[in-house]
Design a protein around this ligand. Structure first.
Ligand SMILES: C[S@@+](CC[C@H](N)C(=O)[O-])C[C@H]1O[C@@H](n2cnc3c(N)ncnc32)[C@H](O)[C@@H]1O
Length: 236
């Protein structure tokens, strides 16, 4: 970039990305190198809230888009539940892992290795957008683009499911501190009030609760430092 003056929004976003380059695709590539390391979400189980919402018939049916899909555990669950799934992650290592699991399970999941901000989405083409653990790694200056992506992808009445950090699990940085510290500090956490107010500006929030930590026998993933939010795109 050097001495060239910033004149466009993409240039401004790229500069801010660069200043906070602590959780880019290269970092996540390294993170997924060792699949045997202890990491809560390096499991095959889907999220407990996703299983619950599916069981309650609250997810709808049709096409699902998963943002930051990791090893594909939730995408595969959604495919088994009848969704046609597009699952996105910008870490090639994560996508390789997900591809192996998709092959093994024979699930109907289309994987793409790219940033969620580089997706070309046909407006209103998804019935469900789902994200576990990606949103809390999105820097504040990218949040408007994240919201636009969700709103653009969902058909009216479509559902949005989100799992993200509570404040106790996170860096505790405010949006301002992210830029003062030049870091997301391992991920941003939110209070239930912040999260409900934020998503309530754009969607009807149907449920917002702490995630449940299931017993090992349940075959589900959950941690009590995460929120689970289910919302719906407004009709009209
Ligand atoms: C905490 S991990 C969660 C992975 C998976 N959802 C799970 O729960 O098993 C966050 C994931 O988001 C991905 N990610 C973060 N920012 C992204 C972006 N801008 N575009 C695509 N993927 C992204 C990372 O590569 C990583 O796989």
């Amino acid at each position: 970039m050097g001495t060239t003056l910033i004149g466009t929004e993409p240039e401004l976003l790229a500069l801010l990305d660069d200043l906070l380059a602590d959780r880019g695709s290269a970092w996540w590539g390294d993170f997924y190198k060792d699949r045997a390391k202890p990491c809560p979400f390096f499991v095959e189980w889907p999220d407990e809230n996703l299983m619950a919402w599916a069981g309650q018939g609250r997810l709808g049916a049709g096409r699902a888009l998963e943002l930051g899909c990791g090893n594909g555990r939730n995408a595969i669950f959604l495919a088994r539940h009848g969704f046609q799934v597009d699952a996105i992650d910008f870490s090639q290592k994560a996508i390789d892992w997900a591809a192996e699991r998709v092959r093994t399970t024979g699930a109907d999941v289309r994987l793409q290795c790219r940033s969620i901000f580089d997706l070309a989405i046909e407006p209103g083409s998804f019935d469900l957008v789902y994200d576990t653990g990606c949103f809390h790694h999105i820097a504040p200056h990218r949040r408007p683009a994240y919201v636009s992506l969700v709103l653009q992808a969902l058909r009216p009445g479509g559902r949005f499911g989100l799992v993200c950090f509570q404040t106790k699990a996170s860096s505790g940085f405010t949006d301002r501190e992210v830029y003062e510290q030049r870091s997301l500090g391992g991920g941003l956490g939110f209070s239930d009030e912040q999260l409900g107010d934020f998503w309530g500006r754009y969607l009807n929030v149907l449920e917002l609760r702490p995630m449940r930590k299931p017993s090992a026998e349940e075959g589900a993933f959950g941690e009590d430092f995460l929120w689970a939010l289910l919302a719906q795109r407004r009709v009209g």
